[in-house]
Design a protein around this ligand. Structure first.
Ligand code: FAD
Length: 362
């Protein structure tokens, strides 16, 4: 690769955030180069990829759920057509209610128009009742599904590699040189650079002033012969059908960073919840752990470096990368193109004071 090559953008990291950003910039007609060091157990590679507009036991819509869903579904489906591969799967959620109180809470929610729109009044496969532990009720919810992120990453990698626009190497911030109207790195000249490094930005000298609060998560692949594969089950944990009686089960949360290996405790917690959800025998096939790039205020990190020109970040996608990624990559690109404001809850400008307090300012 010659140093004389000239690009519009260098994107550091080809996880979910970097892949989405690169594809969107390409759609907008820009010449991009990606650099990815090839780590195995990144957040994107371990994630289940489930999207679901309702959050937890409190039964509330997650932040900007409708806007994110509309934007993400149209982006992923358009990208499937562009790349000629399927990785985005719509699938209904089978919400299993453990207690009468939970059942009543759901009934209350379904009386509200925005929740009743989610509710799918379809017959549920009766076989589920032979497989689930006793419960207080169940219902089907839409606007949900899962993204095969590993497949998305490998299809995107192939797409850019074939054009010579993906370099397998670790980006070293100290090697970046500011030149007129951009940056020079050993791969060429770049008008702008976008960092999409997930938790590794925690250690990047340009970004380590940001208040990351990484959340480790563990996940299992299990074989459960006999369990129907019609829906994603939510019952204290999620049970995501992957085909051929294999299901992904998850996930745990702990703020015990930087330990990223699977633990005995994580395995016990997931198996206990699985036994509470189903009454079928199962076999654990695989146990993985990853670290989610979460932020203290649980909002993404999007925008321009407080001091460095032409330097940007898309990070902090936390627990909901599949839905947050397309919407905020689009906001970042519009901001770069025409100065359109980024949502103030996501704009890294909210943390500029930390940068100036850190003494990093030139
Ligand atoms: C157990 C678990 C379950 C999850 N389940 C879901 C879910 O069901 N639904 C959902 O929406 N989200 C889920 N998530 C969250 C989701 O995985 C993240 O929000 C998302 O994948 C983050 O993507 P990212 O690209 O920001 O980071 P990453 O996936 O970490 O990607 C960053 C990339 O940058 C590369 N990189 C870093 N530094 C450098 C460098 N200096 N040079 C070159 N390359 C570099 C890394 O190798 C990596 O490939 C889950 C996460 C975990 C851990």
């Amino acid at each position: 690769m010659s140093i004389n090559f000239s690009y519009d953008f260098l994107i550091v990291g080809q996880g979910l955030a970097g892949s989405i950003t690169a594809l969107m910039l390409e759609d907008a007609g820009y010449n991009v180069m990606l650099i990815e060091e090839g780590k195995e157990k990144t957040s994107s590679r371990v994630a289940a990829g489930i999207f679901h507009p309702v959050t937890g036991r409190r039964i509330v819509f997650s932040w900007k759920a409708r806007e994110l869903y509309d934007y993400a579904t149209s982006f992923y489906e358009r990208t499937e057509s562009k790349l000629g591969e399927k990785f985005f799967h719509r699938k209904l959620i089978l919400e299993v209610m453990g207690t009468a109180r939970e059942y009543n809470d759901w009934q209350g929610r379904l009386a509200q128009p925005e929740f009743s729109r989610l509710h799918k009044d379809e017959a549920i496969n009766p076989e589920y009742d032979n497989c689930l532990q006793s419960h207080a009720g169940k219902l089907l919810l839409g606007d949900s599904g899962w993204m095969d992120i590993t497949r998305f990453l490998s299809v995107t990698e192939k797409h850019f590699s074939e054009q010579g626009k993906l370099t397998k190497a670790k980006f070293i911030p100290g090697k970046l040189e500011r030149i007129e109207n951009g940056y020079r790195y050993e791969l060429g000249k770049f008008q702008k650079i976008i960092f999409c490094e997930g938790i590794d930005s925690f250690e990047n000298l340009f970004w380590n002033y940001l208040p990351f609060n990484p959340a480790r998560g563990e996940i299992l692949n299990v074989s459960i012969p006999g369990l129907p594969e019609d829906h994603i089950i939510m019952s204290g944990i999620f049970i995501l059908p992957l085909g051929n009686s294999v299901f992904r089960i998850g996930s745990t949360y702990s703020w015990n960073y930087p330990e990223s290996k699977p633990t005995e405790q994580g395995l016990m917690e997931l198996e206990k919840k699985l036994r509470e959800a189903i009454r079928l025998p199962y076999k654990v096939l695989d146990h993985q752990a990853g670290i989610r790039p979460t932020v203290l205020d649980r909002r993404p990190l999007v925008g321009k470096h407080p001091e460095k020109e032409d330097m940007y970040i898309l990070n902090g996608l936390g627990t909901k990368g599949v839905m947050l990624g397309p919407y905020f990559a689009h906001e970042l690109i519009e901001n770069i193109q025409c100065g359109k404001a980024i949502n103030s809850e996501a704009d890294i400008a909210r943390y500029s004071h930390l940068f100036f307090q850190s003494g990093k300012s030139a």
